[in-house]
Design a protein around this ligand. Structure first.
Ligand code: CTP
Length: 396
């Protein structure tokens, strides 16, 4: 547990689920953290200051003007001294203010003044969460490294069912615990991550592709950034990326190979999470192939370059992924050897609960000295953290 001796800002805004944050304040305090609660005026309509003060033994901060902390500027004090700023629950209103830089209450002002990790758990009615402005604002927050714990589907206070319920509290606590444990162990390391499935064109409208979403690779890039690395992400996915990550968009295996090759000499470690197509059409027809007069269509395929294998052992630390449907460990170990890797991350892509399109994964990590470790089924961000924890021991 990483709570002991840590300072946590718990920002509560005016959603009906505000009462749930009382449990978090209590749990984190019991685990040894100093919890400082910030309340908006709307939040106070749902939960009282006395509840939080009784639980945390710290004064609630609810005004920009009524300062209590020694510096006499509470929002700057909290923004600088907290180890993490959590916003649970976050309303559409606070999301839009933080995304757009509006500072007219104690929480928006504190969050905008901080450079500490920010975790946000939105909660609102389903239609509000689906609104185009809320979606656009959440994208801005993701681009700027805010960790979002997405709302869950289920019964909503309005009586309807939809996506808007506050994320499970135990998952929020686990994530806060994990973030509090992150150290700067990749500081100044240049990490190159590849992500997503490549698309190999058949004609001007069709391609051969695979089901990789790119989520795993993108989260590895984000977690590397949190550990202090300079991160370059070569990706075929259009997922939103933190703007501090240098993202290069590619489509084909050949483009991915080129972008990696030109950067490899400045790289300390490459993590190849991309699902690179092994085959591509021999040539691309530069207009749409018509159905008539054909009955069928034959496409000749050529093998694409094995990017990871072609990187020399001395160039950098090499981490590969093995997407397997059977004989996982044996096939993974073979790839570790044949591609001369320092570590391989093996996952079972035949299991629908985890893998390509899922938000969850379960992996085995094998290093070249033969050590094997396994994870449980966990959110992909947690898996990304576990991969980097293992990698940090190899890199230093
Ligand atoms: N890889 C690569 N270049 C390729 C194919 C794969 O760099 N042309 C990398 C992947 O990014 C991954 C690792 O090699 O890190 C293993 O990829 P995987 O698809 O599991 O295995 P393959 O080597 O393609 O072998 P096979 O498809 O026969 O299992």
């Amino acid at each position: 547990m990483n709570f002991k001796g840590k300072k946590i800002a718990l920002c509560v805004t005016g959603s009906i689920s505000a009462y749930k944050s009382v449990h978090l304040a209590s749990e984190w305090t019991q685990k040894g953290a100093s919890v400082h609660v910030l309340l908006t005026e709307s939040a106070k309509k749902f939960v009282g200051k006395a509840t939080f003060e009784g639980i945390t033994h710290n004064k609630v901060i609810d005004s920009l003007w009524d300062n209590n902390l020694s510096s006499n500027i509470d929002h700057l004090d909290i923004s600088k001294t907290a180890d993490i700023i959590t916003i649970v629950p976050a309303t559409a209103n606070i999301i839009s203010k933080i995304a757009r830089g509006v500072c007219d209450d104690i929480i928006s002002t504190t969050v905008i003044a901080t450079s500490k990790p920010i975790l946000m758990a939105p909660a609102m009615d389903g239609n509000m969460y689906d609104h185009f402005a809320v979606k656009a604002n959440l994208d801005i927050l993701k681009q700027n490294g805010v960790i979002l714990m997405e709302p869950e589907e289920g019964y909503l206070a309005s009586g309807s069912f939809g996506k808007g319920r506050l994320h499970d509290l135990s998952h929020i606590s686990n994530e806060v615990n994990r973030i509090l444990g992150i150290k700067n162990e990749l500081k100044d390391k240049n990490i190159l991550v590849s992500a997503g499935g490549t698309k190999e064109p058949i004609d001007s409208v069709r391609y051969i592709g695979n089901r990789s979403s790119g989520k795993m690779g993108h989260l590895i890039a984000e977690e590397s950034l949190m550990r202090g690395a300079n991160v370059t992400l070569i990706s075929s996915s259009n997922l939103i990326t933190a703007s501090k990550i240098k993202k290069i968009s590619v489509e084909t295996a050949e483009q991915m190979a080129y972008e990696i090759k030109t950067r490899i000499k400045d790289t300390d470690c490459i993590i190849m999470a991309a699902a690179v197509s092994d085959f591509a059409p021999e040539f691309m027809v530069d207009k749409k192939i018509k159905k008539q007069p054909r009955k069928g269509l034959e496409i000749n395929l050529k093998q694409t370059p094995d990017i990871l294998k072609s990187i020399r052992k001395n160039d950098c630390i090499k981490v590969g992924f093995a997407a397997e449907t059977d004989n996982h460990l044996d096939n993974g170990m073979d790839k570790l050897k044949s591609k001369n890797l320092d570590m391989i991350v093996i996952n079972d892509v035949s299991n629908k609960q985890i893998g390509f399109e899922s938000d969850f994964n379960q992996v085995k990590m094998v290093t070249k000295d033969g050590s094997i470790s396994s994870t449980n089924i966990e959110p992909k961000r947690v898996i990304a953290g576990r991969i980097l924890d293992k990698l940090s021991k190899i890199i230093k």
